[in-house]
Design a protein around this ligand. Structure first.
Ligand SMILES: Nc1ncnc2c1ncn2[C@@H]1O[C@H](COP(=O)(O)OP(=O)(O)OP(=O)(O)O)[C@@H](O)[C@H]1O
Ligand SMILES: [Mg+2]
Length: 384
């Protein structure tokens, strides 16, 4: 390898020594199958070493994006001159405002307190310093398309070899900011999910075989989402088999609150029409287990020649990782999201619920109680 000057050579020597001295810094206690994911992200990070690159980690709520990004940072930090993990950008920008976050980011990267009073651009002295630094910056849970630019300005501000990793539930955030790479994080497979659930549920002294059928059922319910597995493990550990049975029964009717709250954030971000489309998919199309493809949905929901709102809405749901659309245009939705949707409908005003499905409970009540405007359920497709 050739170096342009002594400073570059010394920098490289420092990096190599720091890398060798670094302790194995990924603390993997309680963490499952993360090494493979870290390796995949590292591969994307290592491309074009001299450029500044933007890398996105995308996936549904609770899938492990923040966990992965944090582990990547811990593993790679010694190769960078400045590192910072900005957790929960969505929440923090709401709470503290973007200017204050911007000051935090650059103060942490540079190692001293800076004062910034503009969005999009940076004071000259900061640009001068940061452009000589190779940094690793993680912006976690970004939800607004323009926040990246407002917080960082142009990527040319950062020194050669810098890496900015953005985690998000919304692929649109990554596409709009023209990221160099997108890493889609997927659910745990069955074995990983079972391993993770057992790790969080049982002590070493427990006889896990006694619970194996029930554990399988819980893991089946969680469909590989670490957040759901963790919440359920905490709910069930140390409890008798009968309690497991009754909790499982409840779960089939209602998701636990933490899961509901975490998943609902993505739903709250949709506009009214997109929200309705999401509920319709969850309550009718997917509930009835018919094969749902984009053209059935379009025709049933009367997406006209001139009005492409259903197709646009489906694209939006896909970007938000709320549905998946396969190459042959079939639509699927994760069970936990479907259950969140049902719960949203259950919580609607009883007199104007958009969907009813339980014949023994809510449909019976609706027919008996003539205050309920149940024509809504018949005219649902015409109301758009
Ligand atoms: N590989 C893993 N091994 C063990 N636990 C994990 C793993 N990935 C995620 N978790 C656990 O699952 C939960 C959800 O993970 P995390 O917060 O990283 O999800 P997220 O994708 O960032 O969600 P959100 O979109 O809500 O920010 C956390 O409690 C985390 O500890
Ligand atoms: Mg997160």
């Amino acid at each position: 390898m050739s170096y342009r000057n002594d400073a570059e050579l010394i920098q490289e020597i420092v990096n190599v020594v720091l890398n060798k001295l670094a302790k194995p810094s990924v603390n993997s206690k309680g963490i499952v199958g993360i090494d493979e994911e870290i390796a995949n992200v590292e591969l994307l990070i290592s491309k074009e070493p001299k450029k500044t690159r933007l890398i996105g980690i995308w996936g549904m709520g609770g899938i492990g994006k923040s966990t992965l990004a944090e582990k990547v940072l811990n593993k790679l930090r010694s190769g960078f001159e400045g590192c910072y993990f900005l957790a929960n950008e969505r929440e923090q920008s709401n709470r503290h405002g973007l200017i204050s976050l911007k000051e935090k980011i650059f103060s942490e990267l540079l190692g001293y307190d800076v004062k910034i009073d503009t969005l999009y651009s940076l004071p000259e002295d900061i640009v001068r310093r940061i452009s000589c630094m190779k940094v690793l910056l993680i912006l976690d849970d970004v939800n607004d398309l323009d926040h990246l630019e407002k917080l960082l300005g142009t990527l040319d501000n950062f020194g050669s070899g810098s890496r900015i990793i953005v985690t998000t539930r919304d692929e649109q955030v990554l596409k709009a900011n023209k990221v160099d790479e997108i890493y889609r994080l997927r659910e745990f497979n069955h074995d990983k999910a079972l391993e993770f659930f057992n790790l969080n549920t049982f002590n070493q002294s427990d006889d896990q075989r006694e619970y194996s059928t029930l554990s399988e059922k819980v893991v089946d319910y969680a469909r590989g989402i670490p957040l759901v597995l963790k919440v359920l493990a905490h709910l069930l550990r140390g409890r008798k088999k009968e309690i497991w049975e009754s909790e499982l029964d409840k779960l089939r009717r209602m998701p636990p609150t933490t899961v509901y709250d975490a998943m609902k954030l993505s739903y709250d971000d949709l506009d009214r029409k997109e929200q309705q489309l999401f509920l319709d998919l969850a309550c009718f199309f997917l509930r009835s287990h018919i094969i749902v493809n984009v053209s059935n949905v379009k025709s049933l929901l009367k997406d006209g020649e001139s009005d492409n709102s259903v197709v646009v809405g489906l694209e939006r749901l896909k970007d938000k990782a709320l549905i998946t659309i396969s190459e042959d245009n079939c639509i699927s939705m994760h069970d936990c999201l479907q259950e969140m949707a049902w719960e949203i409908v259950r919580r609607e005003d009883p007199e104007s619920r958009s969907w009813l499905w339980d014949p023994n409970d809510d449909i019976y009540e609706a027919l008996e109680n003539d205050k309920v405007k149940y024509q809504l359920h018949i005219t649902i497709f015409e109301s758009r």
